[in-house]
Design a protein around this ligand. Structure first.
Ligand code: ATP
Ligand code: MG
Length: 299
C-alpha cells in the first residue's frame, strides 16, 4: 500500500465514537408537526454562532424536541469539531449517489442530529433536476421526523450565507457587544432587507457582561436600523452571558450545556430553548424542510 493510500485509509476510518447512518435514522419516529427552520447568522465572525447553535440544539433536545443541525459553514466543519464528531460521509456522498440521506446522519451529545454537509454544500448549485428531486424527496421524509432544523452559517456577507439565511423561515442575528460586531450585524440586516426584502429579524446578544449591556447593544442596533431602514421589525430574543466555562468546554470538544449544566450560559441556553418551544410561529408552506431546500435551489 502506498503512503498516500495508507493516509487515505487512516483519514477515512471513523473513530468508534461517531455513530453514523441508518441505525440512527431508523429509530426516529414520525412527528406530527411541520418542522421549523431557524438560521443563525452574524455578519462578524467569532461572535459565537457555532456555540449558540450547538448548545441551543442540546437544550432544545432536553425539552424533548428532535433537532437537526446543519453546518452550512463551507470553510470548516466547526459543528463536528465542537461536538467531537468525525463523520465519515457527508452530503457530497449523497449527491454522487454513493450514500442515501439516512446513511450520513450523525448523532451528537444529548441526541442532537447532525447533517454533515462539508463540501457537499458547494455542489447544491450544480445538481441536475433529477438529483434535486431525489434529494428533496429524501429531505421531505427526514423533515417528517424532526421538529427543528437549526442552521449554523459562516461569517461574512457572502452569497452562501445570504442563501441559507433567505431560505430559512426564521432568522436569528447574533452579535456581541463589540462595536465591529454591531456594524457588521447592521450591514447584514441592511443587505437582507434592502436587497432581499427580509423584514423580520430576531436579535440575540452573546458575550454580554450583564442584561443591561445586552439591552444597550440591542438598543443601539435598533436605533441605526430604524433610522436607515424603516419598516423593519427587530425582536430582542435574549442574551447569553460571557461564561468562562464555555471556552473550557470547547477545549474538551464538549458542549457547555452538557459538561457544565449549571453554568451561567447553560442556564440561559435552557431558558432560550424553553422560550423558543413555547412560541407558536406562523407556519407558512416555506417553513417546511423540503421547501427550505427548494428555496436554496431556486436562489
Ligand atoms: N458566551 C460565551 N462565553 C465565553 N466565550 C464564548 C461565548 N461564546 C463564544 N465564546 C468563545 O468564542 C469562540 C468563538 O465561538 P464560535 O466558534 O461559536 O463563533 P462563530 O461565530 O461560530 O465563529 P465563526 O464566525 O468563525 O464561525 C469560542 O471558541 C469561545 O471560546
Ligand atoms: Mg462558526
Amino acid at each position: 500500500m502506498s503512503q498516500a493510500e495508507t493516509l487515505e485509509k487512516v483519514m477515512t476510518q471513523p473513530p468508534p465514537a461517531t455513530v453514523q447512518g441508518s441505525r440512527i435514522y431508523d429509530k426516529l419516529r414520525e412527528i406530527d408537526s411541520v418542522p421549523r427552520v431557524i438560521c443563525v447568522t452574524s455578519g462578524k465572525g467569532g461572535v459565537g454562532k457555532t456555540n449558540v447553535v450547538t448548545n441551543l440544539a442540546y437544550s432544545l433536545c432536553e425539552t424533548g424536541k428532535r433537532v437537526l443541525v446543519l453546518d452550512a459553514d463551507l470553510n470548516l466543519a466547526n459543528v463536528d469539531v465542537l461536538l467531537g464528531l468525525t463523520p465519515r460521509f457527508n452530503l457530497h456522498h449523497v449527491f454522487i449517489g454513493k450514500k442515501g440521506l439516512p446513511d450520513i446522519l450523525v448523532e451528537g451529545p444529548g441526541g442532537i442530529l447532525v447533517l454533515p454537509a462539508s463540501s457537499g454544500i458547494m455542489e447544491l448549485a450544480n445538481l441536475t433536476e433529477s438529483q434535486k428531486l431525489y434529494f428533496l424527496g429524501e429531505m421531505e421524509e427526514l423533515g417528517s421526523k424532526i421538529d427543528i432544523l437549526l442552521i449554523d452559517t459562516a461569517a461574512g456577507i457572502n452569497s452562501n450565507v445570504i442563501y441559507f439565511t433567505l431560505a430559512a423561515q426564521e432568522r436569528i442575528i447574533l452579535l456581541s457587544p463589540e462595536p465591529t460586531s454591531l456594524t457588521d450585524a447592521y450591514a447584514m440586516i441592511k443587505v437582507l432587507s434592502s436587497r432581499h426584502d427580509v423584514k423580520k429579524f430576531r436579535v440575540l446578544i452573546n458575550l454580554a457582561r450583564s442584561e443591561k449591556e445586552a439591552l444597550s447593544v440591542f438598543r443601539q442596533l435598533s436605533l441605526v436600523a430604524d433610522r436607515f431602514l424603516n419598516t423593519l421589525s427587530l425582536d430582542f430574543l435574549g442574551f447569553i452571558p460571557y461564561d468562562s466555562k464555555l471556552p473550557l468546554a470547547v477545549r474538551r470538544q464538549r458542549l457547555v450545556t452538557d459538561l457544565y449544566p449549571d453554568s451561567a450560559s447553560s442556564k440561559k441556553f435552557r431558558k432560550l430553548s424553553e422560550q423558543i418551544v413555547r412560541e407558536k410561529p406562523d407556519f407558512r408552506a416555506d417553513g417546511n424542510i423540503k421547501f427550505f431546500w427548494q428555496g436554496l435551489f431556486n436562489l
